[in-house]
Every structure is written in C-alpha cells, then in structure tokens.
Design a protein around this ligand. Structure first.
Ligand code: FAD
Length: 540
C-alpha cells in the first residue's frame, strides 16, 4: 500500500473525483487501481468562499513498489505505515493466567479501554463502577435536567461510560501517539457501532445518544471475553501493605483481593482522592481552569468561519478554538466547544453547580456553546495542600448554586451586561439551553477577581477573531470548574503510583488524560503495563 497526502478537491466534488485524482497523481490506469481507502479528510478554509477538502488516501495497486521508487523524492507519496494494533502479550487460548484478577475502578473511556484490553489479553478483569448502567443512569440524569433532582451517584459524571457519555463525543486529542493507540480506540468504537467515518474525518464526533449504545456494546464484548462489570459498586477503601496494593473494599463492605488496580475514576471522584490521600498514596496539586459557558447562535459561528459556504453538508456546523493572553498574566481559552448543542447541568455533589456542554450527532440545535476558561495553578492560586484545588472548585460551585437560586438553575448573564458590569434583566435574541433553567444575575462575583478581569479582556479580543463573539445578547452561564483534574496521582515509567505498587493511576482523574480519546489511549497503556507484569511471572 502507498499513501498519498494533500489531494485537494472542491467542496462539491462528485463521487468519482477522488479516484480520478489518484489516477492522475500516480499516472496509472483505472485497471491498475485495486482499491483505495480514505485515511483522513480535512478542509482548507484559508480562502474565503473557496474551501477545499484535503484528502490523505491509502492506495492498493500491484504497481506500489515501482511507484514508490518512481516518486521517491515526492513528499506527497510514501509507503502506508503499519498501524495495526499488536498486543504486547496475550494468554494462549484456554490458558488460565495465574495470580489475582486485575481490578479496574471506573467505566469511563479510560476504565473501559483498560478493561477491554485486559480482557482481550486474557486477564479477565473485574470492573467496578459506582454509578448505574448507562440506561438507568440516563433516566437519573434526565430527571436532574428536567426536575432539578440530583442523584449524587448517578449523573453526568458518574455511571457507565463515564463523564463523556452525555457529550458531543468529540474524538480528537493533541497527545503524541507514535504507537497509533488512538487508531485502536477509534476502531473499537467502530466495532461497537460508531459510524466508520470517525476513522478518517478530521475532528470526528459521535454525539451523545449514539455513545449510549456504543458503551453498551463495549460492555458486552468485555463480558464475552470473561471480564465482569459491576454497577453501583463504589470503591471506598484500598488495602496497601508494604507499599503494595492487596485489595479494595466496596461501600457495601465487600472485599476484593487483588494486586493490580487501575484507578480510572475521573476528575470528579473527590471522595476517592481524599481516601487515597489518607491512605498515603502520593498526590500532588496540578493546574486546571475556571470560567463560564458561552452561547451564540450557531448560524453566526458558521457564517464567521465558512462565509458564503456556511451550511454546506460536507462542512457541518462550525467550531472554533480561541486563546488570549491577558495583561494580568492569565490565559483565557475556549474549551470543549459543542457546535449546535446544549449547555448541560453537570453537578455531582448536592448544593454545588457545574456546567458543561453536549451535542447530538447532527449538531443541529440553534446554539453553539463552549467553555471560556482561565488557567489557574497551584503555585499562585491554591498552594496550601495537594487537595486544595478541590476546595477551590467546591467554593465556586457553591457560589454558583446560591446565585442561581439554590435549585440547580444556573446563574447567567448577557455578554453585553457582563462586559458593562451590570446585572441582566431579560434575554435577547439568544435563549440559553441549560436545563432546569437560567436565572439572570451579575456574574461579576461568581469567580475570583483575576478571572473576571481576564474574561472581560478576552471576550472583546475573541471578537476580533470571530466577529460578533462579544455580541450583546450572547449568554454566559456559570460555572465551569471541571475542565480537568485538580490533582495528579504521580506514576513512574512502569505506570504504577510512585509509592504504591500495584496501583495504576490512569485517565483524566489521575492527571494523565483530557478527553475521551486520550483517556482511552491511557487505558490501553496501563492495560499493557499490567499485562507485561502478569506475563513476566508466568510462562506464555
Ligand atoms: P471518567 O469518564 O470521568 O470516568 C470515571 C468513572 O469512574 C465514572 O464513571 C465514575 O462513576 C467512576 N468512579 C469514580 N469513582 C469511583 C469509585 N470510587 N468507585 C467506582 N467507580 C468510580 N471529552 C471529549 O474528548 N470530547 C467531548 O466531546 C467531551 N464532552 C464532554 C461533555 C461533558 C458533559 C463532560 C462532563 C465531559 C466531556 N468530555 C469530553 C470530557 C471526557 O468526558 C473526559 O475527559 C473523559 O470521560 C475522562 O475519562 P476517564 O475514563 O478518565 O474518566
């Protein structure tokens, strides 16, 4: 196979155009082209009104070797790299692997992929999830959104599928991935029912309702391979003897003996972090961000990004990514942008309020939303204690809850009023999507002063990049605190905690991922580390 990059075609090209472009580039006949697959499709929007699709394709032709020699100096043509995932170790069929079964805590993308890989390698993991199965969890989450009744163990953060289940399902990440683990994650999503287009389109997304079915299918695969998944199984203690994990205890008192624990609990498992800290596991504070959600009309964002080609089916709803470095030394950036989506209530603790965003696959709702957040760090902002970032999050989440009326309505303000520092009294052309509702207030006291100052500087600066970003009627809702974990559970090169052997801190909560794809990739890495440890001790 050979790979051709940078094939540019007009947005409206017909079905035969790509094959024609391949034949032309390689100078071969139709008969010599056995097949081709699209490896990546992105777009080049540098010329307004002339957006081009840009393809990378893998081509099968009996002429491959000859062509590679012929185009040796051409940077557009190269051999297709090997991307098939190879297991680092695997039990033989029927082999019973010695040792206590590995335990995975959490069924977010990190725990799911750690569990899937351990099962595929023949290690029959026991997977424990404090929340409910994805169907039952959906009922609780929707009840919260409609009626404002929070279930602290079953919500947007907790339950099968983890934090990203009710999300836009964006599947891209900026992590370095030389081993193509991301490809393995995407392929497993496709095996579980995702649209195969996620394998090749630039910045793919799954959309919230499709994710629910995919999560269920991943669970079935793990179970078929001998893994077990237990819901409403909250891990409340860990038994460590001589710096080695011996087992874990569930809230109902059940003890499970194990020497390998994947800790994939996400960034909201504050009680679990506290318990680990008390048991002496090394934890340090890390930077994260605070801010608001902002909502604009999606049509406005499309128009700013795509100009006259806004609305084209091959482009979909437009997104954006913005950053501004402020005079007070802070940076403000957009985060988790959800085109054509909704702002969601993402609290997991009573009396505290958190926002986040999601979209359905079609991304066809009226508003675009994203978090606009200010970076904070332990040295300047919460130096007191390794868990002080959690206390800071809780403080501002409680403030938002009170400002919203202490009933899980979010406090909100129009952008024009926020910039002018006056309370809002009525909505304009943008209606907020957050449920159970938004109470208009002055958000000026809903975050630390330095953050408010930074946001007041950044919004007009963003307006220079995306016209009308600072439109008077755009709506802000508070508060965005769970952008990433406020702690890191430090691990060594062997993926184990630096002072607790057998504990594999992983995913977003432990500070090693940010997003669905990178959490899945991290799950694969820790599963590999555990398999290497197991199989080093038995004859395979
Ligand atoms: P999590 O997904 O948080 O999973 C942790 C799991 O552990 C949870 O299910 C929890 O119930 C369980 N758990 C916690 N403590 C215990 C315990 N003591 N015992 C047993 N179980 C426990 N990322 C993207 O890449 N794209 C997006 O579009 C996107 N949208 C998002 C939208 C929303 C509304 C939210 C909340 C997040 C979104 N994210 C998105 C972020 C993404 O969801 C997370 O980065 C990702 O889920 C982290 O994966 P994880 O497996 O590390 O942790």
């Amino acid at each position: 196979m050979l790979r051709i990059s940078e094939i540019k075609l007009p947005l409206d090209h017909d079905d035969t155009a790509l094959a024609q472009a391949i034949l032309k580039k390689l100078g071969i006949s139709k008969e010599q082209l056995t097949s081709y697959t699209i490896f990546k499709r992105s777009y080049d929007a540098r010329k307004r009104g002339h957006i081009l699709l840009v393809y990378i394709v893998d081509v099968a032709t009996p002429q491959a070797e000859k062509l590679l020699a012929k185009f040796a100096g051409d940077r557009q043509i190269a051999p297709t790299p090997a991307m098939t995932y190879e297991f680092v170790a695997q039990a033989k069929p029927g082999q019973v692997v010695e040792g206590k079964r590995p335990v995975v805590i959490g069924t977010g993308p990190c725990g799911m992929f750690a569990g899937l890989l351990l099962a595929q390698m023949g290690l029959k993991p026991i997977i424990l999830e404090r929340g409910k199965s994805v169907r039952d969890r959906s009922v609780d989450t929707f009840r919260f959104w409609v009626k404002g009744k929070l279930n602290a163990e079953s919500n947007v953060q907790f339950g099968e599928g983890g934090a990203g289940t009710f999300s836009d399902g964006k599947l891209y990440s900026q992590v370095r991935d030389p081993n193509h683990y991301g490809r393995k994650v995407l392929e497993e999503f496709v095996n579980a029912g995702a649209d195969p287009e996620i394998l090749y389109i630039n910045r793919p997304h799954i959309g919230t309702y499709r994710l629910v079915k995919i999560v269920q299918n991943l669970r079935s695969t793990i179970e078929e391979l001998g893994g077990e998944i237990h819901f409403q199984s909250h891990v409340t203690d860990i038994n460590i003897r001589q710096n080695q994990v011996q087992g874990i205890t569930l809230e109902n008192g059940q003890y499970i003996a194990t020497n390998h624990v994947v800790l994939a609990v996400g960034h909201s498992a504050r009680d679990t972090f506290q318990m680990l800290f008390e048991r002496g596991v090394y934890i340090e504070a890390k930077p994260f961000s605070l801010g608001f959600r902002i909502e604009h009309p999606q049509a406005l964002i499309d128009q700013c990004r795509y100009g006259p080609q806004a609305g084209h089916a091959r482009l979909g709803s437009a997104d954006y990514k913005l950053v501004h470095h402020c005079q007070n030394g802070r940076s403000v950036y957009s985060f988790c942008m959800c085109p054509g989506g909704k702002v969601v209530a993402a609290a997991s603790e009573p009396g505290r309020l958190v926002t986040n965003g999601m979209s359905e696959y079609a991304r066809d709702e009226a508003n675009a939303n994203s978090a606009i957040v200010v970076g904070i760090n332990p040295e300047e902002d919460y130096p007191e204690h390794p868990l002080a970032g959690i206390a800071l999050q809780r403080h501002w989440e409680e403030r938002a809850f009170q400002l919203g009326g202490a009933n899980y309505q979010a406090p909100g303000q129009l952008v024009g009023d926020f910039l002018a520092d006056r309370p809002s009294t009525k909505f304009g052309s943008v209606l907020p999507s957050y449920k159970p509702g938004v109470k208009l207030v002055n958000l000026g006291e809903s975050l630390p002063d330095y953050a408010i100052a930074a946001l007041r500087e950044a919004i007009p600066a963003f307006d220079k990049k995306i016209g009308s970003f600072a439109m008077e009627d755009a709506v802000l809702t508070a508060v965005e605190t769970r952008t990433s974990s406020p702690i890191r559970i430090k691990r060594g090169d062997d993926f184990q905690s630096i002072n607790t052997f057998g504990l594999y801190p992983a995913g977003e909560g432990a500070g090693y991922a940010g997003g669905i794809l990178s959490a899945g990739i991290d799950g694969i890495k820790v599963a590999e580390a555990i398999a290497l440890d197991f199989f080093a001790k038995v004859d395979i």
